[in-house]
Design a protein around this ligand. Structure first.
Ligand code: MN
Length: 193
């Protein structure tokens, strides 16, 4: 068996002569505080890519409707290939005819805390919570704050992204509508295009 990297799928889908997306690289050092990023991606269909740093890569889900602060909303999150950590800083254009061709915006970025506990109140490691399909994290972003759960369903690759009840829950206008622009550059999709 050849050595496999968790980023082999990422690499296999892309031609780095043609796209300026980050190369498949796993740094030896992890971030002191693990990061999350949500990228707004205007590809064949507009969606939001939700990514969490786990074991040196960004575990990734495509969320067609985007994250919501309303605990009543269960947002479909389709698991996609692991991305390199550097991808959290990627904002720009993926050329047409390349995988994911379109505009990518860093819609929100920050750190997170793993809050998943077992029934005795002992912390479950984030990589184990991921394998079990029961992630609970506290996000500290510019737009997303508070506790979120990512729960695997019985359908392959289909998870649900749900705002857990806390003081950051909000049943008003969707955060994706209220704050449509980049959290790092302030640009709109059109500006980036
Ligand atoms: Mn995408």
């Amino acid at each position: 068996m050849p050595n496999q990297s968790p980023l082999d799928k990422y690499k296999g889908k892309r031609d780095f002569q043609k796209t300026s997306e980050p190369k498949a690289f796993i740094p030896e050092k992890k971030n002191k505080e693990p990061i999350f990023v949500v990228q707004k991606h205007d590809a064949s269909r507009l969606h939001y890519d939700f990514r969490l740093e786990i074991d040196g890569v960004l575990k990734s889900w495509a969320v067609p409707k985007g994250p919501s602060l309303n605990p009543a909303n269960r947002r479909l999150a389709i698991e996609t290939e692991d991305h390199p950590l550097d991808y959290a800083n990627f904002e720009g254009i993926i050329p047409k005819n390349q995988y994911g061709g379109g505009v990518v915006m860093v819609w929100d970025k920050g750190t997170y805390k793993n809050i998943k506990k077992d029934k005795d109140g002992k912390e479950i490691k984030i990589s184990d919570a991921y394998k079990k399909g029961q992630i609970e994290v506290q996000l500290h972003g510019k737009k997303l704050e508070g506790k979120f759960a990512l729960i695997k369903t019985k359908s392959k690759k289909q998870w649900l992204l749900i705002k857990m009840k806390d003081e950051f829950g909000n049943k008003g206008e969707e955060i994706t509508k209220l704050k449509p622009n980049s959290s790092c550059s302030g640009k709109s999709l059109e500006d980036i295009r």
